[in-house]
Design a protein around this ligand. Structure first.
Ligand code: 5AD
Length: 308
């Protein structure tokens, strides 16, 4: 199975064949590739969801601007610092600062936060996941010490992108952000949801081809899960098997990429995260956010770990 040299049609065919029941051959090949590059080691990244305010209105997302029922919060700098301290105590050496696109966190404030963390924990990596920004902003965060940036492309098909996002957002801008981040020297993460509305085997094949071209350090893949206060409330969610299929195919396409077994995967199946590892994943991102706000970072319904 030489995934790397396949055409879009061939990839779409492999996806069609595996999506409801990924073959042992596919999953085994993905595991072997993971083991060859990383052994059995699982990498841990501590996730801090520091704001759920967002100026965007993505149709799938529970913290979209248009969701008037979302209970909004922002962590203070002190709370963020406490989350890092807890992560450090637990032995984590990467902090992922994730949030909606929240204008209250200006570049100056973000840079101060990054600088503080790097000063306290110089050996740790700081990862940002705060959406689409200008080159100047990305440069400022980098200069303040940020090491990595996660920005899922969501779908690499133009038409599909337009059905998941309002017209003011574009795949072109998303891709430009990813290329800019890479140019600035960030380790970059891209990714997409499986089973999002209007997704097809062909759009998924396009995701694989885009990832091959971008060669990100990380690829975040999780099932789409409907959120009851969004336009996609009544849509069907993505499945475990399709997610495992795509994890395995990305592992084969980009053998050295870091592949998280995501919270969304753990949400749709009690053993989802373990099954993700059996499909070639090798990263887990435990939640370091204060327990009291976790339920409010409700990108989708029934998110796990909100009460822990
Ligand atoms: N289901 C699953 N994943 C979602 N995300 C946003 N909304 C949902 C949902 N309803 C994902 C997006 C985003 C990441 C932070 O969470 O892919 O990039």
């Amino acid at each position: 199975m030489d995934i790397k040299s396949m055409t879009k049609n061939e990839l779409a065919e492999i996806i069609a064949q595996n999506r409801d029941n990924p073959s042992g051959e596919l999953l085994g090949a993905a595991r072997a590739e993971r083991d060859k590059n990383y052994g059995k080691k699982i990498f841990v990244r501590g996730l801090i969801e520091f704001t759920n305010y967002c100026k965007n209105d993505c149709y799938y997302c529970g913290i979209r601007r248009g969701n008037k029922n979302a209970h909004r919060y922002r962590l203070t700098r002190e709370q963020i610092s406490d989350c890092c301290a807890e992560g450090h105590r637990l032995g984590f050496n990467t902090y992922v600062l994730q949030g909606g696109e929240d204008g209250c966190f200006t570049d100056k404030i973000m840079c101060d936060i990054i600088y503080d963390i790097k000063e306290k924990y110089p050996e740790c990596a700081v990862t940002l996941s705060i959406g689409e920004k200008s080159r100047e902003s990305y440069k400022a965060y980098k200069d303040a010490g940020a090491d990595r940036y996660l920005l899922r492309h969501e779908t690499a098909d133009n038409n599909h992108y337009g059905r998941l996002h309002p017209p003011c957002m574009s795949l072109e801008n998303r891709k430009n952000c990813l290329y800019t981040l890479r140019e600035l020297g960030y380790q970059v993460g891209a990714g997409f949801m499986t089973g999002s509305p209007y997704q097809t085997n062909e759009t998924l094949a396009e995701d694989l081809l885009f990832l091959k071209e971008l060669e990100p350090h990380m690829v975040g893949i999780g099932p789409f899960i409907p959120q009851h206060d969004t336009p996609f409330a009544d849509e069907r969610g993505g499945t475990l098997n399709l997610t495992l299929t795509m994890l395995a195919l990305v592992r084969l396409m980009l053998p050295k990429t870091l592949l998280p077994s995501t919270t969304a995967l753990g949400t749709i199946d009690p053993n989802g995260r373990e099954k993700g590892f059996d499909a070639g994943a090798n990263v887990v991102m435990p939640n370091l956010s204060p327990v009291g706000v976790r339920k409010d970072y409700a990108l989708y319904d029934n998110k796990i770990c909100t009460g822990d």
